[in-house]
Write a protein that binds this ligand. Sequence first.
Ligand code: GDP
Ligand code: IMO
Ligand code: MG
Length: 432
Amino acid sequence: MVIVGAQWGDEGKGKVTDLLAERADLVVRFQGGNNAGHTIVRDGEVFKLHLVPSGILHPGTLCAIGNGVVIDPKILTSEIEGLKRQGIAAGNLRISANAHLIMPYHVLLDTAGEQKLGSLSIGTTRRGIGPCYADKSSRLGIRVQDLLDEKILRKKIMAAMEPKRQLLRPHAKDPALDLHAMTEEYVTYGHRLEPYIADTAKLCWEALDSGEAVLFEGAQGALLDLDHGTYPFVTSSNPIAGSACVGAGVGPKDIDDVWGIAKAYSTRVGSGPFPTELEDEVGDRLRERGGEVGTTTGRPRRCGWLDLVALKYAVRLNGMTGLVLTKLDVLSGIDPIRVCVRYRGAEGATFEEFPYHQSVLHHATAEYEELPGFTEEIGDVRTEDGLPDAARDYLRYISDFVGVPITLVGVGQGRDQVIWVGDEEARTLRAA
Ligand code: GDP
Ligand code: IMO
Ligand code: MG
């Protein structure tokens, strides 16, 4: 089963993965890097994960960082240490030997690139994600397995770093770009990570062959997809479900279910088009009630109404079989609630489907349907019947519009603050 973000990231993938991981044998992250920030709240304690899969809180679940992920070993080692301090042993963690490494020059290039773009900057997380994937495609990448052989590592760093010195001329003498110091630092990370390094694709096949339940955890979201998102305001990997096969090493037939995670409204961090953005008191209210501040960078998230045109697009891109709607509790007290049902272009044309043309999207304004809101607090509701009528109607409207059943609804940060819709809980249990 694949868990993916259906919007611009931060939909609550971490929480849903943690919830489902209880019934899974293996959880695999398949793309992205420490641009991701996945939050889990267990018994009031907060866990913020960037690279470690969100199944790690379950001692019986194996967690793998797949080949498709880009790993900053400095961040990963400190994340493992942090988890230990929170009482979570990372003994169940496995790291693909084929995953690519984020190097110090990737981080410098990311920042330099953003500065050069000035007002046109993408608003990246500046974690070196784009430059690392670029090196992977250029075949200049350095992989986890290279950490285990100092001679090879040094050679590869030399080859990869030389062209960067030109690009980073103001930093050319930066101690961060010293070949020997960098090799030594990365060899140290290699020693620390060695116990976790594995053939993670093989782990997936073994689990699948024995009929075990495997969860593939995505990062970011469909609208940030390198191919299908709002390019160039996207991330440098493919956060859609098809990418789980590439980033973990399994075939399309190994996937039975794809659950897309969406918030009951929309948020976006960084630049780029956002047709339903609210720059008014409703937007401020969503930001405040929803705690919409980036997990990774601490930036306030841009907030807006739910965009059903974009969500329908995400359903199609992912072949979604179920939709999880999180943060329904945040909408309490907002009346009416609006949902975007089409866009209007600069010249008056209407768009029922997500437009492929960048200029059209940048000038598109959202057209809304108004739905009744609800005032009750719903954080303690655990059944669909216990929801206010307006909240139930809202769910029905969304699932009818996008043509996918809603399987799970989030009504708070806590692991238990969910409502299983229909017989989904029983079905998921049976599948596991
Ligand atoms: P991810 O990147 O998709 O894993 O999402 P983030 O963790 O970055 O952001 C989602 C935030 O919303 C986290 O702080 C979650 O604890 C929180 N959250 C998840 N589901 C719900 C929900 O149903 N209600 C509320 N109020 N918060 C939620
Ligand atoms: P999770 O997994 C939200 C955004 C950045 C920027 C763009 C490119 O927590 O949902 P990058 O650093 O990837 O080159 O930045 O993508 N972005 C995210 N936004 N959630 C994320 O991850 C994101 N990861 C990247 O803000 O706009
Ligand atoms: Mg996040």
